[in-house]
Design a protein around this ligand. Structure first.
Ligand SMILES: Nc1ncnc2c1ncn2[C@@H]1O[C@H](COP(=O)(O)OP(=O)(O)OP(=O)(O)O)[C@@H](O)[C@H]1O
Ligand SMILES: [Mg+2]
Length: 224
């Protein structure tokens, strides 16, 4: 269970959002949509413990973020909007590096299988020689190493080919529905959002997303 109450984030004088309150239950895939600059990445960064809010409370599985991040970070998987992998390492070396940082231990074969699950088979290739979509698949595989309770995905499928997108979508769906993971997902691809997500939060001032989703009878709630 994720509970966010009265979250505010300011960058100096600039208020990105004032009073975000939301909840997620095990097994839910929740979309986060909004115009460029609405605050989607900022909200995910706060949930991922990359930044701290100006005000407000976050609780995950009963653990409060204000009591420290040690336990929280074991429960989270995060794919940032900007790909974060080691360019000069191979896929294998990247997976082994991040596996060492992960609290959950995996064999080399299990690491390779996570990549295959993300439709990435270039195990021995250097990351700098991979395409943008392949790097993103690697970032997704890395985020799963922790076996996270909460998976935070910031535009994870940008540049990923359609077939892989569908396969990854079905893998994520299974993670939520069979294993009870919570997945928060941002994307500018409305088809992807409406196919994958159980419900959606709209963030930002533009009513466009609320109107569009409501018209399409998708459960949507506006965040402040
Ligand atoms: N480090 C920072 N310092 C100052 N302002 C920032 C910083 N990071 C983000 N912002 C501002 O916060 C607002 C929200 O940015 P954010 O990246 O969260 O938006 P977003 O919804 O993810 O947009 P996009 O769809 O383009 O990814 C923007 O106005 C942005 O300029
Ligand atoms: Mg963003």
């Amino acid at each position: 269970m994720l509970e966010v109450t009265g979250l505010q984030k300011k960058y100096k004088e600039k208020t990105v959002f004032e009073n975000v309150t939301l909840q997620m239950k095990p097994g839910e895939i929740v979309g986060l949509v909004g115009e460029n600059g609405a605050g989607k990445s900022t909200l995910l960064e706060l949930l991922a413990t990359v930044m701290q809010p100006t005000l407000g409370e976050i609780e995950l599985e009963g653990f409060s973020y204000t009591d420290g991040f040690k336990t929280i970070r074991r429960l989270i998987g995060y794919v940032p909007q900007d790909i974060a992998v080691w360019e000069e390492f191979t896929v294998e070396e990247n997976m082994q590096f991040f596996e060492k940082l992960s609290w959950k231990k995996h064999t080399k074969e299990e690491c390779r299988q996570l990549c295959v699950d993300m439709q990435l088979t270039q195990w021995k290739e250097e990351v700098r020689s991979l395409s943008g979509g392949m790097k993103r698949k690697l970032n997704l595989a890395i985020s799963l190493l922790n076996d996270p309770v909460l998976l935070l995905l910031d535009e994870p499928t940008v540049g990923i080919d359609l077939k892989s997108k569908i396969e990854i979508g079905s893998y994520l769906h299974n993670l939520a529905k069979s294993d009870g993971k919570m997945i928060m997902y941002t994307s500018h691809d409305m088809d992807e959002i409406t196919t994958l997500c159980d419900r959606v939060y709209s963030i930002g001032k533009d009513p466009f997303y609320m109107d569009l989703l409501t018209k399409n009878e998708i459960a949507v709630e506006q965040l402040k």
